[in-house]
Design a protein around this ligand. Structure first.
Ligand code: C2E
Ligand code: MG
Ligand code: MG
Ligand code: MG
Length: 279
């Protein structure tokens, strides 16, 4: 069939590939520059206790404001960072930055940091985490590291060893986006997770009363209770979804309904405002 497409199609394809590669290369350069300047930042989204309604944690989400292209979503630029071999460097910065931020928060508020599969390779991550905890004096139990099941698709033994080293530091491991991919209950017995995050697709479906979604959420929550782990419903956008997930027994809720990810400065705005007033 490729032959039938003729020379025109082939040339178009090559041109397309070239442009993709060229674009990729340019973005790679840009991200290197951003790393040196202020182009990269973290935004924080609240995670709410479904009983008390209090904010119990905040998830740090990486943001890149490109000078010309505007905001580029992490799903798009993280693969570029990984290809450029910069994920360790940027990932380490994210961990240190998030720990420093959380150390300023009152009480036992936790911070959640996303870790990609590529970051788990090599022995350096535990050292970075240990260094960040020591430098900021953040209690290890206040740091949550979120991984998706994709970490289990590569070198299993190395991944498990890496996760175990992290857990031994006293930080909490969280299984992100559960239900989204091939999510197997088996993953939950591979590493000791402290929390399971239920993917937004099930939250939406369950709130609408879709029988399959309700059944799956029930099963995940029963499993979580049996394992003694917390659960967070992701992507809660409406009051109805919040009520549904709470009634089903989800222990924490997160989503635009409770708050969007915001720059750290905005977390303190309500506290700072009175101080700006001059008599
Ligand atoms: P995630 O860890 O599952 O993060 C949740 C994503 O859902 C975030 O997208 C968040 O902004 C979005 N979200 C939160 N509430 C709602 C809602 O109510 N509705 C909808 N539609 N979306 C909601 P974001 O910030 O674009 O991040 C996408 C993914 O990129 C993250 O998914 C995470 O896997 C990855 N990521 C983000 N920051 C980092 C980082 O610092 N390091 C690594 N390795 N990955 C990161
Ligand atoms: Mg996450
Ligand atoms: Mg998620
Ligand atoms: Mg995700």
């Amino acid at each position: 069939r490729a032959k039938e497409a003729g020379r025109g199609g082939h040339a178009f394809f090559e041109r397309f590939m070239f442009e993709q590669a060229e674009d990729h290369r340019l973005l790679e350069q840009d991200v290197r520059e951003a790393l040196g300047g202020n182009g990269l930042a973290l935004a924080y989204q609240p995670i709410i206790d479904s009983e008390s309604g209090e904010v119990v944690a905040r998830e740090a989400l990486l943001r890149w404001r490109h000078p010309k292209r505007g905001d580029i979503p992490p799903d798009q630029f993280i693969p570029i960072i990984e290809d450029a071999g910069l994920i360790h460097q940027i990932g380490d910065w994210v961990i240190r930055e998030a720990c420093a931020e959380a150390a300023r928060w009152s009480g036992d508020m936790r911070v959640a940091v996303n870790i990609s599969a590529a970051q788990l390779t090599g022995a350096g991550l535990a050292k970075t985490v240990l260094g960040a905890l020591a430098a900021t004096r953040l209690e290890p139990s206040r740091l949550e590291l979120e991984v998706t099941e994709s970490v289990f698709l590569g070198d299993d033994a190395a991944t498990l060893a890496s996760l175990e080293r992290l857990r031994a530091l006293g930080v909490r491991l969280v299984l992100d986006d559960f239900g989204k991919g091939y999510s197997s209950f088996g993953y939950l017995s591979r590493a000791h997770f402290s929390k399971i995050k239920i993917d937004q697709s099930f939250v939406r479906g369950a709130a609408e009363g879709a029988k399959d979604c309700v059944a799956i959420v029930h099963a995940i929550l029963a499993l979580a209770r049996g394992l003694g782990v917390e659960t967070t419903a992701e992507g809660v956008e409406t009051e109805e979804q919040a009520i549904a997930m709470r009634q089903l027994g989800c222990t924490q809720l997160q989503g635009f309904h409770f708050g969007r990810p915001v720059p750290s400065a905005e977390l303190y705005e309500t506290v700072r405002r009175p101080r700006r007033r001059r008599a």
